[in-house]
Design a protein around this ligand. Structure first.
Ligand code: ARG
Length: 504
């Protein structure tokens, strides 16, 4: 571990420049993080700056992104029945809720940041935890960001151009937006959570506008869809799984707060509370917004529409139809901000354990933000945006993500067995992780069986490639000679320091 004099000097110098904002010894360690008993005075640590409101916003504001404005047609197309599609919307919300409640147990039992990484580390040890972070930091998190940001850029460019926006413009806007988000998140935790809160509030207002518009059509007496029944529901269960997947993307992000547990004030209470408030709120919004769309468009019109929300706006809002693309832009910007926030904490938590290069675990000595991990995340996301084809990214994403959600359920159940008496400030009914585990196995296997695509093979090969990296660099702790000077250089450049003094 690098714990050199340059680090100490850097901290001392920077500290002497400021007096009021001294770091608190606020890091409450989970089980495995406690490598140094008490936290020495010359280290910097993340601060607990996320309260209940910001906690809810980090969940709700990340979940509500692009999905709800575009996926409803897809669900309707797959199921061919209004009632079935509404049921799937509600069930996907239920699944997110059960999964998140299980994460509430995991996150209050182990209060280290990094979510799945921390839980795998505790339950299964170093290798599975490493492989999770390997896939997640290199592919999953950046591809989530790329998808959301590309949607943002499409809507923003669309607002200023007639017809289809040129790809180059979309990609440039996407790249610039990632840099803006990077700046916000590096600047301060308060700025990042402030942006998250404002954008979450704004997107909830936008959803309320859509719901009121639908209600108005209903009260007027001629809703477009009067029969919300089962219609000619297709008896094809494979299609239902695909429909479920489209819904699940809209709900993804339910675990977002678990990445930053070390920064939550009073996490034992605020983590479960944020989950219990946030996820039902999103579910209610999603079901209502779907009903509102249906009051304005027939199911066939919805299926034919490229972006349901936009068609809705043109029909209901008249000369105010621009509100909708603006809402999508606000919604996706907020979701992207929440994604960047979480991804920074994942890289930070992983490298603090020596699983990635040390520099990624350092935080800014005055801003207390994990700048190197954030920069790393943004660079990969930009690299994905440039060649980006959104559809293949989504396919790749859902498959690997559910392996890990299922893995976290297994970690919970396994720890119930291996550590029955370990304090669990929140205990989820056992049926929840069991159900989510079964569903996630189905969600991983079904698409491969139904429609074996090369992407699944690539994904598996990529996970396996993690091993090639793990054996020399993590297991045998081989270091590349060049890393030390690079680390020192970046450390001075970013003004970052390790979060705790580590034993040699
Ligand atoms: N649910 C969001 C959307 O509809 C996507 C969230 C991506 N996942 C994440 N963990 N950031 O756009």
């Amino acid at each position: 571990k690098v714990n050199n004099n340059a680090t100490r000097r850097c901290i001392q110098q920077c500290r002497s420049n400021e007096t009021s904002d001294r770091p608190e010894n606020g890091l409450s360690n989970g089980h495995y993080v406690a490598r140094s008993g008490s936290i020495p005075a010359d280290t910097v640590n993340l601060k607990r700056r996320v309260g209940l409101l910001s906690g809810v916003a980090l969940i709700v504001g990340t979940m509500i992104g692009s999905g709800i404005f575009v996926s409803p047609s897809e669900l309707l197309k797959q199921t061919d029945s209004v009632a079935v599609s509404l049921i799937i919307w509600a069930l996907a919300g239920g699944l997110a809720m059960l999964g998140a409640l299980a994460y509430a147990e995991l996150g209050t039992m182990n209060t280290s940041s990094g979510a799945e990484y921390a839980y795998f580390m505790d339950a299964f040890g170093s290798l599975p935890a490493f492989l999770f972070s390997w896939v997640s930091t290199l592919v999953l998190k950046p591809s989530q960001l790329a998808i959301i940001i590309l949607t943002f850029a499409q809507y923003t460019c669309g607002a200023f151009m007639v017809g289809e926006a040129p790809t180059l413009a979309v990609k440039l806007v996407a790249t610039a937006t990632i840099m803006l988000l990077l700046f916000i998140n590096c600047y301060s935790v308060n700025l990042a959570t402030g942006v998250q809160n404002v954008f979450t509030a704004a997107k909830l207002v936008a959803i309320a506008i859509v719901c009121v518009g639908g209600l108005y059509k209903f009260i007027e007496g001629n809703p477009a869809t009067s029969d919300m029944g089962f219609g000619n529901a297709k008896q094809n269960y494979g299609k239902i799984a695909t429909a479920f997947y489209s819904g699940l993307w809209a709900y993804d992000g339910w675990n977002n707060l678990n990445y930053a547990t070390e920064e939550i004030k009073n996490p034992d209470k605020n983590l479960p509370r944020s989950i219990m408030l946030g996820i039902p709120l999103v579910t209610v919004c999603y079901v209502f917004i779907n009903i509102a769309y249906l009051f304005v468009m027939t199911p066939d019109e919805m299926i034919a529409s490229e972006a349901v929300a936009v068609t809705f706006g043109q029909r209901v809002l008249g000369s105010y139809a621009w509100i909708i693309p603006l809402s999508v832009a606000i919604s996706t910007f907020g979701a992207a901000n929440g994604t960047v926030f979480a991804a920074g904490r994942l890289g930070f938590a992983t490298s603090r354990e020596g699983h990635f290069s040390d520099i990624l675990s350092y935080i800014h000595v005055r801003r207390f933000t994990p700048i190197p991990a954030l920069v790393f995340h943004a660079v990969i996301a930009i690299a994905m945006v440039i060649p980006g084809n959104i559809d293949s990214l989504i396919n790749f994403f859902s498959f690997t993500a559910w392996i890990f959600y299922g893995g976290a359920m297994a970690a919970l159940l396994w720890q119930r067995h291996t550590k029955p008496n370990f304090p669990r400030p929140y205990r989820v009914p056992t049926i929840a992780p069991i159900l989510v585990l079964i569903i996630s196995i189905y969600l991983v296997i079904a698409p491969i069986v139904e429609n074996p695509e090369l992407e699944y093979l690539y994904a598996s090969l990529f996970i396996a490639a993690g091993l090639v990296f793990y054996i020399p660099f993590v297991h045998y702790q081989k270091s590349i000679g060049l890393m030390e000077p690079i680390t020192i250089f970046l450390q001075k450049w970013f003004e970052v320091a390790p979060t705790e003094v580590m034993e040699e």
